[in-house]
Design a protein. Structure first.
Length: 317
């Protein structure tokens, strides 16, 4: 819980007030996440929920239910109503934003000190620690993009500033998740993740599970993959691995990898042949047998084989 809570704080934590780090808190539209943050504060630092102040930002369409919303949130969070600031209304958005805070320079400094120490000495020492921090960050800052056809397109993790994005990228890479190039457009800065193989690792580590709404979208999008897909380079890597066992035809490779022979030919064999990793062998019942070369065997020993195979260009020896 400590690492997940620190991840939540890194993502949507309220840390600044008047330009200084003197507030400990959290802000989100997901009530379950806010409850989890309060549980983290209680179990890890002994802070009772009743010590927090609450500020709500209510969308115009829900203004008439303001009293009801405040009452329900007070009960759910176990924070008395007299700890609530006057609720505000903003034209943008259609969900209530819940802000829970404690104004304390000492507490804010202590939490920041703990996070900085963990970041430098602990978080990357174990994949589970990295996964837990990511779980908090993704729950608070990720956007799950499901395409019109119902398939998961990308997961973006909002992060302003290169330092933040590099930290998130390092967490992902520690779990063997290969992020795409960052988006750096102002007000849209984020780390991007695509590809079914990446999504499978995210599912394996349960990185979406803290946020029920995002988890639902993620599972819908994941189920939308009708055909086994793979991120760039993985198909070529798998073809090389199978050819390292023995020579095979593209039909045999397609059957083993659940891909069409045409895809095996155009997206793997022809590219690998151009790069010198495979070569054509004899014909077998009108089907060409493909073989791995010495150069192909060598790249399988390379720790960065997947990254190198993502390119369709010739790879220098």
């Amino acid at each position: 819980m400590l690492f997940e809570g620190l991840g939540l704080r890194f993502g949507d934590g309220i840390k600044l007030q008047g330009g200084e780090i003197r507030v400990f808190g959290f802000s989100n539209t997901c009530l379950e996440l806010v409850k989890y943050f309060l549980k983290f504060a209680n179990e890890c630092f002994g802070i009772n929920p009743s010590q927090f102040r609450v500020a709500l930002i209510i969308p115009p369409k829900l203004v008439e239910r303001k009293e009801e919303i405040e009452f329900n949130i007070s009960n759910e969070l176990c924070i008395p109503r007299n700890n609530f600031y006057k609720s505000r209304t903003l034209e943008r958005g259609n969900m209530t934003v819940i802000n829970v805070t404690i104004s304390s320079r000492l507490l804010a400094f202590l939490i920041q000190l703990i996070f900085d120490y963990m970041k430098e000495n602990v978080i990357f020492s174990n994949q589970l620690f990295s996964a837990c921090v990511l779980r908090g960050i993704i729950a608070s800052e990720a956007n799950i993009n499901v395409r019109k056809e119902g398939r998961l397109g990308e997961i973006t993790i909002a992060a302003e500033g290169e330092e933040k994005r590099n930290f998130i990228r390092k967490l992902l890479l520690n779990l063997n998740i290969q992020p795409n190039k960052d988006k750096t457009i102002e007000n849209q800065e984020c780390v991007c993740i695509t590809g079914l193989s990446n999504f499978k690792i995210i599912k394996e580590w349960k990185l979406i599970d803290l946020n029920p709404r995002k988890l639902k979208d993620f599972e819908i999008g994941l189920n939308g993959f009708k055909v086994e897909q793979s991120r760039k380079g993985e198909l070529r890597l798998k073809v090389l691995q199978l050819l390292a066992e023995k020579p095979r035809t593209r039909q045999e490779l397609g059957k083993l990898l659940n891909r069409s022979p045409a895809t095996i030919k155009t997206e793997a064999l022809y590219i690998l042949e151009n790069q010198g990793f495979v070569k054509r062998g004899e014909l077998n019942s009108k089907s060409r047998i493909w073989e791995i070369t010495e150069k192909g065997l060598e790249i399988l020993k390379d720790e960065k084989a997947l990254e190198k195979l993502r390119s369709k260009q010739s790879i220098l020896p």
